[in-house]
Design a protein around this ligand. Structure first.
Ligand code: NOJ
Ligand code: CA
Length: 540
């Protein structure tokens, strides 16, 4: 069970309006109460913060806005005392334009060793005014930017699959491998339990950088299957992870690699977690599953089969810092999942909050009952929705700015957490500062408000997570319970627990067994499972 912390929005200790490492250390007891194994921290390294820290200018230091290396050491030791491990985010596909190696590359000549660390090419067309190929950035616009050479003339172009401030490294160059092996060891020596690897499917690009008419994020479209994308899933990538796995093996204790690989189908994603490569990879097929029992069952079965075939634990996730929170997605009244990077704003049709929360919590309880690894995103234990009314002038996501506002971006799921019922930022910051505004009404969702309420979402998560551990569900196995599966209900047994999720709009008669957990904590019905409710029953 891994809990994702998005540091800038978790807790601001020093009052500058941005969450920091000391803030995380200060609240570790709150997180430990959730009975999790590890925290994964999104980037806190030196960065100009043009993509929320996924634009790293120094991989081996802490950005001053988040604190110092000494603060990180304190966090590790405080976490260890509580039996929690710390996983950090490694961003190997690209760095920041402010990274010393990129600055040196800009100052050097075309063809130099400095430039060979990145992907520089001459332009096409007359005088090289056109980009080297037609690749598009994930955040909109071309994936190439032209530089001005030392002589003041327009010169080569460099590749950036994301923002122009995030130049891609050239993983065909041994020197890049050596640089990252040094970075891995730096953090392993400091005691991290492993790495979440950012865009782990993109490092190696096809020779010759051929044109690609498909989607920038590689998602399959007619005529352009993901498997053909020249910037994703290239065979050479796997040797990199074999090497990293062997480096982790040199260290004591359990150290893991978890890949952020947007790869489909699931059978192919399993290649990332073969026994000599990563330990886990995110399951984005599961995250994108609509509120539909047939489709959900298909994805769960396919996930278990794919991961079992390589002996890796299947993982499950519903929310993270890149997608609309699932309590909001499920309130949208249609089955289309939200694409990465497309938020909801004040001009859009507003989701049904109550329905989203009800479905979202039921979906969470279904997920927490599954065997394998579960990833939670900070604030989902409070049932937080996205901020769907955020005024546009607050938006910081490069996806918003690079598309002229066509895509709203991911700020709506990155809003600072509410800790207390009072104060201008609800306890997030000691003086009320906050880098993004919190929506109206979040006092009632604050940790303080929920802590003492036995029927709160927080109390439900605590109960479910401790029951999951007591009954060994993480290392259990799934058997679909056909006698309780209907057109609208999904049911499975994991170890000694029967879990039923009612995705329909009529009640379902449940067997007369002791109730361990139910997503509607206020329910008084002993035999009927309400629509959009999930229940855990003790099989005797
Ligand atoms: C995936 C990260 O989760 C996202 O936040 C980031 O913008 C891109 N990778 C680029 O690093
Ligand atoms: Ca701060």
């Amino acid at each position: 069970m891994i809990y994702q912390v998005y540091p800038r929005s978790f807790r601001d200790f020093n009052g500058d309006g941005i969450g920091d490492l000391q803030g995380i250390t200060a609240e570790l007891d709150q997180v430990a109460e959730l009975d999790i194994d590890a925290l994964w921290l999104s980037p806190f390294f030196c960065s100009p913060q043009l993509d929320g820290g996924y634009d790293v200018s120094d991989y081996c230091d802490v950005d001053p806005i988040f604190g110092t290396l000494a603060d990180f050491d304190d966090l590790i030791s405080s976490a260890t005392t509580r039996g929690l491990r710390i996983i950090i985010d490694l961003v190997p596909n690209h760095c920041s334009q402010e990274h010393r190696l990129f600055k040196r590359a800009l100052a050097a000549q075309p063809g130099s060793a400095e430039r060979e660390l990145f992907i520089f090419r001459d332009g096409t067309g007359e005088a090289g005014v056109l980009p080297p190929n037609n690749w598009q950035s994930h955040f909109g616009g071309p994936a190439w930017t032209r530089i001005v050479e030392a002589d003041g003339e327009p010169g080569q172009w460099y590749l950036h699959l994301f923002d122009s401030s995030q130049p891609d490294f050239n993983w065909d160059n041994r020197a890049v491998h050596e640089e990252f092996e040094r970075i891995l060891r730096f953090w392993l020596d400091r005691g991290v339990a492993g790495f979440r690897v950012d865009v782990a499917h993109a490092l190696v690009k096809a020779t010759g950088l051929p044109d690609w008419g498909g989607r920038a994020d590689g998602g399959s479209t007619p005529g352009f299957p993901f498997t053909d994308a020249p910037m994703f899933g290239q065979p050479g990538i796997h040797d990199i992870y074999r090497r990293w796995r062997s480096i982790l093996g040199e260290y004591d204790g359990e150290r893991i690699l978890c890949g952020e690989a947007s790869v489909d189908p699931l059978t192919r994603l399993a290649d990332w977690v073969r026994e000599d490569q990563m330990h886990q990879t995110f399951n984005f097929s599961y995250l994108a599953a609509p509120w539909d029992p047939t489709e959900l069952r298909r994805i769960v079965t396919a996930s278990l089969e794919a991961f079992d075939s390589v002996g890796a634990p299947t993982t499950w996730v519903l929310s993270n810092h890149d997608v609309v929170r699932h309590t909001t997605r499920f309130g949208q009244g249609h089955t289309e999942p939200h694409r990465n990077g497309d938020g909801i704003g004040p001009d859009d049709h507003q989701p049904d909050h109550d329905r989203g929360l009800r479905r979202g919590i039921a979906a969470s309880m279904f997920m927490v009952g599954l065997p394998g690894g579960v990833y939670l995103y900070q604030g989902e234990e409070l049932g937080l929705p996205d901020h769907t009314q955020m005024p546009h002038h607050f938006r910081q996501d490069p996806a918003y700015h690079r598309t002229g506002g066509n895509r709203l971006g991911r700020d709506g799921c990155r809003v600072p957490l509410p800790w207390t019922t009072e104060g201008p930022s609800l306890g997030y910051s000691p003086n009320g500062q906050s880098w993004l505004p919190q929506p109206e009404g979040w006092a009632a969702l604050s940790r303080e408000a929920q802590q003492s309420d036995p029927q709160s979402v927080l109390s439900l998560y605590k109960k479910a997570l401790s029951t999951r551990r007591q009954h060994g569900l993480g290392s259990g196995s799934l058997a679909w319970a056909e006698n309780h599966s209907t057109d609208t209900c999904l049911a499975f047994v994991n170890n000694d627990i029967l879990i039923i999720l009612n995705m329909g709009d009529t009640e379902y008669l449940i067997p007369d067994l002791p109730v361990l957990v139910r997503s509607d904590m206020a329910s008084t019905s002993s035999r009927m499972l309400a629509p959009e409710e999930c229940i855990w029953l003790q099989v005797v």
